[in-house]
Design a protein around this ligand. Sequence first.
Ligand SMILES: [Cu+2]
Length: 171
Amino acid sequence: MSRKRTMLAALGGAVLAPVLMLIGPGIASAHGYVSSPPSRQAQCAAETVSCGDIKWEPQSVEGPKGLQSCSGGNDRFADLDDDSKGWKLTPVSTQVTFTWTFTARHRTSDYEYFIGGTEVASFSGNDQAPPATVSHQVDLSGYPGQQKVLAVWNIADTGDAFYACIDLNVS
Ligand SMILES: [Cu+2]
């Protein structure tokens, strides 16, 4: 190797290493997501569906409150907004138990569940930090067949919320 090429290689390594550290799984801090029935980000993490960065940090779908967005408005997690990605539908009865798994426990305003922009259920978080998992039972008897549920965790200690879409077949 010429001296010039050696220098270039060293430079390349010096520039690339921090970038790789930034985009790697190590950056993931911690928050929460719907783990059951498996949300889109849970399916990414389990490699049920092949996804980008979200597979490393299913708990990180954070965005401003008030969105109707599976990705929470994060371009980096745009996979989650793609309805044609082959998400696995979970077969459920009309009474569905949704379970959130938290990796950081924020004080919580409330949890909301939407279908097609309509709120189908909400639950108070009593302005307290939740336990490691929280489950809610939601009545989906008015929504037979294939449905995309948007679950929202509105945290009380920032202006943000966490978003998760869950694909179901209700019967
Ligand atoms: Cu958090």
